[in-house]
Ligand binder design. Structure first.
Ligand SMILES: NC(=O)c1ccc[n+]([C@@H]2O[C@H](COP(=O)([O-])OP(=O)(O)OC[C@H]3O[C@@H](n4cnc5c(N)ncnc54)[C@H](OP(=O)(O)O)[C@@H]3O)[C@@H](O)[C@H]2O)c1
Length: 284
């Protein structure tokens, strides 16, 4: 089967490419090869490639940039997703479209379920939420997969940011009032492919590692596991600033739907993160 990946140069797009490249005919398109804001280009490319599966990872993920330039954010995350969905439907391709925990407002103490009503706090969250709705309108059999706090495939992910800061600062302030589920990109790839293989279509799923923590707790695990203890992590509170997107204080996604469709429960965030960090140490 042919698989076309949008956002193929990004963190998740690259992880999908690496996983699938020896198993399928994979076309990973970076922004330069396929700009999802250009509908005619997207339609022509999908008509030419005739993929059996489209994995839509392209997005404007810089939440502060989205806040500063909402038009740009909606153009990519909402309209771009619509273009991909409509073109995939016209090409009769299956579609996995990736969305975000930021569609929720995050004032709930219990995990959000896939059918919980979204109420985003930021332009990024709103643009992803509209993108989801347009996707399902254009491609009713699409699989929407919401995930969160990705790491493991990016030179600029939270882990690498913390490591870079240890070289510059002895005390690193990290917020302890933003709660979420650190999620290994490889696990998202596995679950997306398993959901597709198990015949799920036309639904929203949540895929993160199990459990939750604050950014501060995550940073502590990073420092300890990478033995960078000469740097101290200091818990601080989120400061609201103009032009900076509001980060939802708590976005824990309910995962109960996965076992309900016959998939195993995802692994817990902490041992998964520690294992990844041990591997990272060995690689360097
Ligand atoms: N990272 C997270 O923690 C996280 C959490 C929840 C959900 N998600 C979702 O997961 C998906 C993948 O995210 P990621 O972490 O892989 O982000 P990423 O590394 O930023 O990858 C997104 C890619 O999309 C590209 N892109 C931007 N505008 C485009 C356009 N107009 N046409 C085509 N491609 C374009 C980006 O290129 P440039 O970099 O050159 O602009 C980038 O390579 C996104 O849907 C995101 O919303 C991510």
């Amino acid at each position: 089967m042919k698989v076309l990946i949008t956002g193929g140069a990004g963190q998740l797009g690259r992880a999908f490419y690496q996983r699938l490249r020896n198993k399928a005919d994979v076309v990973a398109c970076g922004k330069d090869q396929l700009d999802v804001t250009r509908e005619a280009e997207v339609r022509a490319r999908l008509a030419e490639e005739q993929p059996g599966l489209v994995i839509h990872c392209a997005a404007l993920t810089d939440v502060d940039q989205c806040e500063r330039d909402p038009e740009h954010a909606f153009r990519i995350n909402s309209h771009g997703s619509f273009h991909v969905a409509r073109s995939a439907a016209q090409a009769k391709a299956d579609l996995i479209s990736i969305s975000s925990d930021y569609v929720f407002s995050a004032y709930s103490s219990t995990p959000y379920q896939p059918d919980s009503p979204p109420s985003p706090l930021s332009v990024y969250g709103a643009s992803k939420w509209i993108g989801e709705q347009l996707t399902l309108q254009a491609h009713p059999r699409a699989l929407i997969v919401r995930t969160a706090w990705l790491y493991g495939g990016h030179e600029n992910d939270f882990i690498e940011k913390i490591v870079a800061r240890t070289a510059l600062q002895r005390t690193i302030p990290v917020v302890d009032d933003q709660i979420g589920s650190p999620t290994y990109v490889e696990d998202v790839v596995s679950y997306c492919l398993r959901l597709l293989a198990s015949g799920q279509r036309g639904r929203v799923f949540h895929v993160t590692n199990k459990g939750s923590c604050s950014r501060y707790e995550m940073a502590k695990v990073i420092i300890e596991s990478l033995q960078l203890e000469e740097a101290a992590i200091e818990p601080v509170k989120t400061v609201r600033q103009p032009g900076i997107a509001v980060r939802p204080p708590r976005t824990v996604l309910g995962l109960e739907q996965l076992p309900a469709v016959g998939l195993p429960e995802p692994a817990h965030w902490k041992p998964t993160l520690i294992h990844y960090l041990q591997e990272r140490r060995q690689r360097r």
